[in-house]
Design a protein around this ligand. Structure first.
Ligand code: SAM
Length: 218
């Protein structure tokens, strides 16, 4: 029997209260920088509590938000209810049921980075479902060694939480994105303008987190 629990089953209210204020800032900055046209078809993978999904819907985009945690897709379904054409669904980013070229843009805010061996599969799927010339924007923490507090928090939990504290680091992920066939478009990369957590592009020094926008080149 697996005694671990999904962190969101016990911490949804805490996530909304303590984590979301930060992720909302990041999500909105990313959406502003990507400056998609009105009505754009947007995919949010690993939507969590849905800060990016709701921000995108508020901008008039048509949003599909996916996550593998039912408690979260239920929560985000409620959040997107005021926005016709936007939905949240239970789906794995490595095996999406959307047709090819279904979206103008896809966003991953602190999601793909946690998938370890499945990172290439997730990137291949993102490339498949985003139309040629579309945008894939990824936000991820840099090296885990730069965030020891994460280890302390997660490894001291009782019962153990099934959230991995190890993740693909910024440089590895950037290389995987390139291998997946995306073309880097530096002009669309978000610039760091917030102080906590500090954010920079992948070429910056000593990042706490990093983000990048890539355009598909199929
Ligand atoms: C660290 S949370 C980030 C949530 C949200 N993007 C945010 O910024 O607040 C990562 C999310 O990815 C989801 N997730 C994990 N593996 C996934 C997969 N294979 N496909 C889709 N979502 C996944 C988790 O359930 C979780 O909600």
């Amino acid at each position: 029997m697996n005694d671990s629990v999904n962190v969101f089953d016990i911490s949804l209210p805490a996530t909304v209260q303590w984590v979301e204020p930060t992720t909302t800032i990041i999500a909105n900055e990313l959406l502003d920088e990507c400056a998609l046209p009105p009505g754009a078809r947007v995919l949010d993978v690993g939507t969590g509590t849905g800060p990016l999904a709701e921000g995108a819907a508020q901008r008039g985009y048509r949003v599909n938000a996916i996550d593998t945690a039912p408690i979260l897709t239920t929560y985000v379904t409620g959040r997107l209810a005021p926005f016709p054409g936007s939905t949240a669904e239970l789906m794995d980013v490595t095996a999406m049921t959307y047709p090819d070229d279904a979206f103008d843009a896809a966003f991953s805010v602190f999601t793909v980075m946690y998938l370890r061996d499945a990172v290439p599969a997730a990137l291949a799927e993102l490339r498949r479902v985003v139309r040629p010339g579309g945008t894939v924007a990824i936000v991820h923490w840099a090296q885990s060694s730069m965030s020891p507090i994460m280890r302390v928090l997660f490894e001291s939990a009782e019962p153990p939480l099934d959230v991995p504290v190890d993740y693909v680091d910024a440089h590895e992920l950037a290389a995987a994105v390139t291998r997946a066939g995306f073309l880097d478009d530096a002009s669309s990369c978000p610039r760091p303008t917030i102080s906590s957590p500090r954010r920079t592009t992948s070429s910056g020094s000593s990042p706490r987190s990093t983000s990048s926008c890539r355009r598909s080149v199929r």
